[in-house]
Write a protein that binds this ligand. Structure first.
Ligand SMILES: Cc1cc2nc3c(=O)[nH]c(=O)nc-3n(C[C@H](O)[C@H](O)[C@H](O)COP(=O)(O)OP(=O)(O)OC[C@H]3O[C@@H](n4cnc5c(N)ncnc54)[C@H](O)[C@@H]3O)c2cc1C
Length: 385
């Protein structure tokens, strides 16, 4: 392992590897990425649903999506890795007048930024997804360029391209301390020794706050458990054959095709922050009546696979991308609140620009600034699942 580096990245998920790739693309290759697990992408990145969408409520998040989806569309030619990207669209189902109004204004904003999104009647929505029940639905929105991609492919693509350019990746390497001298980062301590550096990137996903504590910072990112269940084979007319992502906004229940079965999940509004990633089968019992109201076939289907993982959530469901003003050399790419996979291409590019060029003239990073939590300049993301 190198003993000095210009940049040390903590965390080998989609966000750490994207940052490494984009630093290397800018010519900064004296970079070490450290990952405590034996493999890359086994944290939240390896446990997510692979969903990618333009349909957010805040302009900043929509802009992240536009840039990210554009890179995902040309990922194979540009980064050199297959990511199984299917753009079969995202369908949001709306059951209250408040949600319908809010999504109407989201659609105006999305269209103003050049994204094609339609507002649909419940009957039009039902036609897009065989097996779907739209009972109680009063409206819907659909964007055909939204879709599903492979998180492992994206992470390995970024990692391999970064390595080929000269970035060093050390697995089984846990960061245990961050050394500070005169208010500046001076080294990162690991279980395999120390790396001198002036720049550290916190890309530790749900463990971002723990890394912050090592540097004397309290980063407002909390872990929340989210479950995924995959059924045994289900086909039309009981379920869509396409990979359309359907989201019941009121309950946050969502599903999409995964191989021969259907992948589904929902947030648990009653669960407090936790690092526990064991599967809570009692939650499935509460989920099934809600799920089968929208996709009745789920009421009788058997579960083939299940797992849980962690969202890394900020108070305004918007990520932190940028530096810590009180500690020179400490950068964060944290708190994506359930959207980190899809935003990893743009977020890594922006952080790399900030590190190398000290600015991002094409992108206003203020909505992502760490200091927004103390100044109160926050615009919460409302299209949260
Ligand atoms: C069930 C579920 C479904 C989701 N669905 C979607 C979706 O459809 N679309 C979407 O965009 N996002 C989704 N997400 C969110 C997405 O998975 C995360 O936002 C994203 O993976 C975060 O990436 P990361 O690289 O920051 O974190 P991680 O992938 O967790 O990577 C952080 C890495 O840091 C390492 N690390 C931590 N501490 C240390 C240390 N001290 N030293 C060294 N290494 C350390 C960890 O081992 C880990 O590998 C979902 C998440 C879950 C749980």
């Amino acid at each position: 392992m190198k003993r000095t580096a210009e940049v040390v990245i903590i965390g080998g998920g989609c966000l750490g590897t994207s940052t490494a790739y984009h630093l290397a693309k800018l010519g900064l290759t004296n970079v070490v990425l450290v990952e405590r697990d034996h493999m890359l992408g086994t944290g939240s990145t390896g446990r997510n649903a692979g969903g990618v969408r333009h349909q957010f409520s805040s302009e900043a998040n929509i802009r992240l999506s536009i840039e990210s989806i554009s890179l995902l569309e040309r990922f194979q030619e540009e980064v050199g890795y297959e990511i199984d990207f299917h753009q079969d669209g995202y369908l949001f189902l709306l059951s209250t007048q408040d949600a319908k109004r809010a999504f109407h204004s989201n659609v105006q904003l999305q269209r103003g930024l050049g994204v094609e999104v339609s507002e649909l009647s419940p009957e039009e929505a039902a036609k897009l997804a065989p097996g779907l029940s739209v009972e109680g639905v009063i409206g819907a929105t659909f964007c055909a360029r939204d879709g599903i991609a492979d998180p492992n492919g994206v992470t390995m693509g970024f990692a391999k391209a970064a390595q080929s350019a000269g970035v060093e990746i050390n697995r089984d390497t846990e960061v245990t301390g961050i050394k500070i001298e005169a208010g500046k980062v001076s080294a990162v301590e690991t279980n395999h020794g120390e790396i001198s550096t002036r720049t550290v990137v916190n890309a530790a996903g749900p463990y971002a706050r723990n890394i912050g504590f090592l540097a004397g910072l309290d980063i407002p990112v909390l872990p929340y458990r989210r479950h995924i269940f995959i059924t045994k084979p289900l086909a039309p007319p009981d379920a869509p054959s396409s990979r359309i992502m359907v989201i019941d906004f009121e309950t946050t229940f969502y599903f999409h095709r995964e191989g021969a079965g259907i992948l589904f999940g929902m947030s648990d509004p009653d669960e407090a922050s936790t690092f526990d990633i064991s599967v809570n089968w009692e939650f499935l019992e509460r989920l099934i009546p809600i799920a089968s109201r929208r996709l009745p076939a789920l009421g009788d289907s058997a579960i083939a696979h299940s797992w849980a993982g962690l969202y890394e959530v900020t108070p305004d469901a918007t990520p932190i991308i940028g530096r810590a003003p009180e500690l020179e050399g400490f950068y964060m790419i944290n708190g994506f609140s359930g959207h980190g996979f899809q935003h990893s291409p743009a977020a890594g590019r922006l952080l790399a620009d900030l590190i190398v060029k000290s600015e991002t003239p094409d992108f206003d990073l203020r909505p992502f600034a760490y200091e927004r939590f103390s100044t109160g300049a926050i615009e919460p993301e409302k299209a949260v699942v």
